[in-house]
Design a protein around this ligand. Structure first.
Ligand code: INI
Length: 164
């Protein structure tokens, strides 16, 4: 007999026992990205995820986020993978390539593996805007990304439990 589906399925922010997360963070624009990383780690901690259950991987720049995310997603060892970086339009003529590849690659890692891959990459016009979004004025995109990872990990488990 087929199991009846509920009318609504959504993730919660409760960390399930044994869940593990990975964060891939760039060294490029390190001052900003370290703020995103702090935000992500403290958001995980506030939701009951022990530091021992979060692997941090550093890569050179946003262009390198995709292959690292893909490997971590493919490993089957993590409930979600968070990509953190910062691409500033004024700082590079190839902004669109670097930012575009980061977005495309992180989305691809999540789509092909089914493991939630979360895009916590700032794409801003100025360094000031980047700092604003890394905890100075307009929230912390790293913290938001960690909370999104928790929700998507939970949603993934629930969908699986319904055979979806
Ligand atoms: N990488 C970033 O993460 N942010 C940037 O703003 C940036 N800029 O300005 O060029 C950047 N470039 C490096 C790139 O991500 C690669 O590391 C490099 O091209 C080697 O593949």
């Amino acid at each position: 007999m087929s199991q009846e589906l509920p009318l609504l399925i959504e993730g919660d922010l409760v960390r399930s026992t044994g869940s593990r997360f990975a964060i891939v963070a760039t060294r490029f624009n390190e001052l900003v990205v370290d703020q995103l990383l702090d935000g992500a780690l403290s958001a995980f901690a506030r939701h009951g995820v022990a530091r021992a259950d979060v692997l941090v991987v550093r890569v050179p720049g946003a262009f390198e986020l995709s292959p690292a995310c893909l490997r971590l997603c493919q490993s089957g060892k993590f409930d979600a993978v968070v990509a953190l970086g910062c691409v500033i339009r004024g700082a590079t003529a190839h902004f669109d390539y670097v930012a575009g590849e980061a977005a495309r690659g992180v989305a691809h890692a999540g789509s092909v593996t089914g493991v939630p891959a979360i895009f916590g990459v700032l794409t801003t016009d100025t360094l000031e805007q980047a700092f604003d979004r890394a905890g100075a004025k307009a929230g912390n995109k790293g913290a938001e990304a960690a909370v999104t990872a928790l929700e998507m990990a939970s949603l993934s488990r629930k969908l699986k439990s319904h055979g979806l």
